[in-house]
Design a protein around this ligand. Sequence first.
Ligand SMILES: *[C@@H]1O[C@H](CO)[C@@H](O)[C@H](O)[C@H]1NC(C)=O
Ligand SMILES: *[C@@H]1O[C@H](CO)[C@@H](O)[C@H](O)[C@H]1NC(C)=O
Ligand SMILES: *[C@@H]1O[C@H](CO)[C@@H](O)[C@H](O)[C@H]1NC(C)=O
Ligand SMILES: *[C@@H]1O[C@H](CO)[C@@H](O)[C@H](O)[C@H]1NC(C)=O
Length: 314
Amino acid sequence: ATVECLRATYSSGINCVTFPFPLHMSEQQLLKPDEWSYCDYFWADRKDPQGSANISGFEVLLQKQLKGRQMQKEMAEFVRERIRIEEEYAKNLSKLSQIPLAAQEEGTLGEAWAQLKKSLADEAEVHLKFSSKLQSEVEKPLLIFRENFKKDMKKFDHHMADLRKQLTGRNAAVEKARKSLADRQKDLELKTQQLEIKLSSKIEEDIKKARRKSTQAGDDLMRCVDLYNQSQSKWFEEMVTSSLELERLEVERVEMIRQHLCQYTTLRHETDMFNQSTIEPVDKLLRSVDPAKDRELWVKEHKTGELRPVDMDI
Ligand SMILES: *[C@@H]1O[C@H](CO)[C@@H](O)[C@H](O)[C@H]1NC(C)=O
Ligand SMILES: *[C@@H]1O[C@H](CO)[C@@H](O)[C@H](O)[C@H]1NC(C)=O
Ligand SMILES: *[C@@H]1O[C@H](CO)[C@@H](O)[C@H](O)[C@H]1NC(C)=O
Ligand SMILES: *[C@@H]1O[C@H](CO)[C@@H](O)[C@H](O)[C@H]1NC(C)=O
């Protein structure tokens, strides 16, 4: 049917869709001017770069939907990796904070040192909270897809392909009727010429018959064009409503992802703030490190005797 359709394509038809002649193209207005709407820019088929098959404009839109879903999935995967790094970092910090290095340091310096080590555990806590919020508020929502997405896309695909197939079939019928009419007209012409050469009641009868057949072929063609028009108008309507639906889904997807990426940056800022606050007590204790006081404490605890030696008497 496709080959027949292509062979029969008339000047204004491309792949069985009738477009206006170039002269009348400028008379068409966009359905949604200034919106770059899907419903205005995907009427023609696209040549497949690999050669053989053409891709319909609607299929281009469907592929965008599938790609969008894949991108969303990959973003979730990326966030998962970010979570993993954060968890590992927290684990490393927590482990390090428990290593007893320099645990015997004393006095105000010892206190500051202990606080510094503890701050690592606090920081680890901050990073763990960040990772768990990333999971619940960014990764998980990104992994929620519209229910029945793939099924719906397939339904769209089949529906539009069926309408195109019907259009192709009816286009072929039009071409057949067109050819049939041409044949009938040629036949009628031939018989009329015969009558000019030789008047005969048999030929007159033949002409009557031929004229009737020609008229019938003309009616046939009208009927076929009518059916074709109906098909194309149905396809047109479905193209508009379906592409607008896909457009709505894409807007929804972009907005949803944007919202969750904003949540990522909010959480990240928060982490910096909490993270900073784990350091503050360390700074405070470092400011009160006092070598004199530490010496006093240490001496008091470890002194071995304050009686000084004196000179020997004879
Ligand atoms: C693809 O479309 C072009 C018109 O744009 C047509 O000439 C060509 O034959 C089509 N190819 C197939 C395989 O349908
Ligand atoms: C955690 O520590 C391990 C080994 O101690 C190291 O290989 C890894 O890079 C560290 N990870 C992070 C996120 O700091
Ligand atoms: C087909 O559609 C065109 C454009 O709408 C219209 O002018 C024409 O009358 C229709 N032809 C038939 C046979 O219905
Ligand atoms: C906070 O966390 C980052 C890593 O996410 C780290 O480089 C930084 O040293 C931490 N501490 C402070 C006080 O910002």
